[in-house]
Design a protein around this ligand. Structure first.
Ligand code: HDE
Length: 703
């Protein structure tokens, strides 16, 4: 028994927090207007600190309904996490067409230029659990719920335009293989292990997606800086019933940006919530997150003429073949009020579609049409999850479905069936406005078979690889070597390389050399791969334009830095639409040469350089000496250099650079000296170009 437990009972009375009731957010208040705590039954609670006991030290009574209700509710706070895409972050916003798309679709929300439709968008990783880190090498989910006036349309996409498998029946196998291995439950949120690559090596259709996943698209810098895709071919159907095939593309306003692998590894340690925080803080700070919607539209006849099948989700349509028309914008401008109620409970469903949009026979999409409703039933516990505010349509909705767990609606009257004559004002079918599936004719024998037109597994993987810059190709080589070096079974490594041979001979040779393998014979290919025209649109770097908008600049300050230099940098950073964060020895502030104390955002060991897009370091001579002796400052410089960042620094920091392992000859064009205020502009021009790729081969040589 502890001493304190023998003390006489105390009654603490901190201010009671407002307790809102579940129904409509009404707050229970005292006569004076102070909010009071109540149970879920509305009974005022007199003491929220002590359970009901017999005497001060006696047993707790079963009749303590306040305790039992509170603990019962707590015990049930968690719902099953998503089997895939468990970790995600979301935001509210709106969607707005630039022009009417009535020539293509009768979808109500696409008829009028400038008309806003509310949206809720959830970004996610795929493989990791809810509490996993934000920057694993992984695909990212990009799911958009449009609350249109003709019901909810969910475009449940990814940040890559193709997928690993061609048929939904393989999805459980793919995900089992990618998730932690079942006997040991590791590795978490990582594909670098035997079971994943075993499955991949035996599934040649996955190799196009593997090229994407091993590219820098697998390690985005921010949810704000990645593309999104609907993946499958959909249909748009206009008022005349004419159907046009369509691929949906999201393009980030800030341009695409990724991190380098070592940066991702360090980010996951430095800030587990790197992407979540980035999205939240951007919107919380009053900025918006914007994307454009682009459409690739094509007819049935055009589709028939392609070298690939548009129903095959392992294929994309090169933009050079079907150009992209940017038609709408998506603006995210409001964070959720409550993560659980909104981000966790949001239920996307590929089958949520509105009149004017329709499905195709893509067998992956067909499987998804079943899966999402089924998974929501499990996660959200019953058939009424559409009534949860984040899932409910924002247009009137009515039918004769009734009852079920957690029914919140209160239908009146005796009529719960249709047709009926007893409720003439009840909901009726709408033959003209209602959703009508496009009457496609389907015939054929009942078979478990893949079409011949799905048999080419390597041509587009090759297209992707040859469309990358040398730097981006190096990253794919490095990623494959990294991942396969974590695979313990040599035969799996070899089998993967046997597929790479079909994609690109040098790619296979380089990966093989990196793994210490000799010449690996090619796997058996169903169809000989074709050489397609390279598509620059598939490369991040070929599309990049210099910018620092929406980026973060980290300024490490030692004692006594020049206030004018700091001010010049701040002005340049703000002018470029970026944010400046100050890192220093103490969180309480850092003294500048003119005696002013500058507020600090990060203590030095909590603000490593991997958190920033570009960095600067400034100090007085004395401050520079002190920084040189601090390991976190040395790491700050070493990592910034190794992550190919532009580094601005005052000239007195050479000892710090030397201690970080950087000799004079390592000082390249990415190391900018700050001696005059005007140097801030030179630094910013350099930094806007992004990473200094020329530095990379010397730091991370590859076969
Ligand atoms: Fe999903 N997927 N998926 N998926 N998916 C889920 O639904 C599934 C696929 C995607 O932020 C689950 O609510 C099957 C492709 C996103 O809440 C589940 C197949 C694409 C999200 C499910 C696929 C996606 C999910 C798990 C193969 C890109 C997160 C929780 C046939 C076009 C949505 C849930 C959110 C979530 C099934 C393949 C995107 C189990 C069976 C291809 C963005 O229903």
């Amino acid at each position: 028994m502890t001493k304190s437990s023998k003390k006489p009972p105390t009654k603490s009375k901190p201010a009671a927090a407002a307790q809102t009731s579940g129904n409509g957010g009404e707050t229970h208040q005292t006569a004076k207007g102070d909010a009071i705590l109540t149970t879920n039954q509305g009974i005022p609670i007199s003491d929220n600190q002590n359970s009901l006991k017999v005497g001060a030290r006696g047993p707790v009574l079963l009749e303590d309904f306040v305790l039992r209700e509170k603990i019962m509710h707590f015990d049930h706070e968690r719902i099953p996490e998503r089997i895939v895409h468990a970790r995600g972050s979301a935001a509210h916003g709106y969607f707005e067409p630039y022009r009417s798309l009535s020539n293509l679709t009768r979808a109500d929300f696409l008829q009028r230029a400038g008309e806003r439709t509310p949206v809720f968008v959830r970004f996610s990783t795929v493989a990791g659990s809810k509490g996993s880190h934000d920057v694993p090498r992984d695909v990212r989910g990009f799911a958009v719920k449009f609350y249109t006036q003709e019901g909810n349309f969910d475009l449940v996409g990814n940040n890559m335009p193709v997928f690993f498998i061609q048929d939904a029946i393989k999805f459980p196998d793919l995900i089992h293989a990618a998730k932690p291995e079942p006997d040991r439950e590791f590795p978490q949120a990582a594909t670098a292990h035997d079971t994943f690559w075993d499955f991949i090596s035996l599934t040649p259709e996955s190799f196009h997606m593997i090229m994407w996943a091993m590219s820098d698209r697998g390690i985005p810098r921010s949810y704000r800086m990645m593309e999104g895709f609907g993946v499958h071919t959909f249909r748009l159907v206009n008022a005349k019933g004419r159907s046009t095939f369509v691929k949906f593309h999201w393009r980030p306003k800030l341009g695409m940006q990724s991190v380098v692998w070592d940066e991702a590894v360090k980010l996951n340690g430095a800030d587990n919530d790197y992407h979540r925080r980035d999205l939240w803080e951007t919107i919380n700070g009053g900025d918006t997150v914007e994307f454009e919607l682009g459409l690739q539209t094509f007819s049935e006849e055009e589709a028939d003429a392609f070298d690939f099948d548009v129903l095959d989700p392992t294929k994309l349509i090169p933009e050079e073949l079907v150009p992209l028309e940017m038609v709408c914008k998506l603006v995210l401008d409001r964070n959720p009020d409550n993560f659980f109620a909104e981000t966790e409970q949001v239920a996307f469903c590929v089958a949520n579609i509105v009149p004017g949009i329709d499905f195709t026979n893509d067998p992956l999409m067909q499987g998804r049409l079943f899966s999402y409703l089924d998974t929501q039933l499990k996660r959200l516990g019953g058939p009424n999850f559409h009534q949860i505010p984040v899932n409910a349509p924002k247009c009137p909705f009515a039918n004769l479905q009734r009852d079920g767990q957690m029914q919140m609606a209160m239908p009146k009257g005796r009529v719960n069936y249709e047709p009926n004559s007893l409720d003439p004002n009840g909901p009726r079918e709408a033959p003209n406005r209602g959703f009508v599936s496009i009457p496609v004719e389907e015939t054929g024998a009942k078979l478990r078979i893949r079409p011949e037109s799905f048999a080419d597994h390597y041509s587009q993987a090759r297209l992707f690889f040859v469309s990358q810059t040398a730097t981006e190709q190096n990253h794919i080589v490095a990623a494959l070597i990294f991942e396969l070096s974590k695979v313990e079974t040599p035969a799996i490594r070899e089998r993967v390389v046997s597929h790479l041979v079909h994609i690109d001979a040098t790619l296979a040779k380089r990966v093989s050399a990196g793994l210490g393998l000799g010449t690996v014979p090619a796997a058996k290919a169903a169809v000989r791969p074709l050489d397609m025209e390279p598509s620059p649109a598939l490369s991040i770097l070929q599309k990049a334009t210099p910018t620092l908008t929406g980026r973060m600049v980290g300024l490490l300050l030692g004692d006594g830095a020049d206030a004018a230099l700091v001010a010049a940098l701040r002005k340049a950073v703000t002018g470029a639409g970026a944010k400046l964060k100050i890192i220093a020895e103490k969180i309480s502030g850092v003294a500048l040469a003119d005696g002013t104390m500058l507020p600090v955002d990060f203590r030095i060991d909590g603000g490593p350089s991997c958190l920033f897009d570009t960095v600067a370091i400034m100090a007085s001579d004395k401050g520079a000496d002190k920084l040189a002796g601090m390991a976190p400052a040395q790491d700050f410089v070493r990592d910034a250099y190794s992550h190919l960042k532009i580094i601005g620094s005052t000239p007195n920091l050479s000892t710090l650079f030397a201690k970080a392992g950087l000799a004079k000859e390592d000082m390249d064009e990415g190391c900018v000296s700050f001696s005059r205020n005007a140097d801030a502009a030179t630094f910013m021009t350099m930094a806007a170009k992004g990473k200094l790729w020329a530095r990379e081969p010397k730091l991370r040589p590859l076969p």
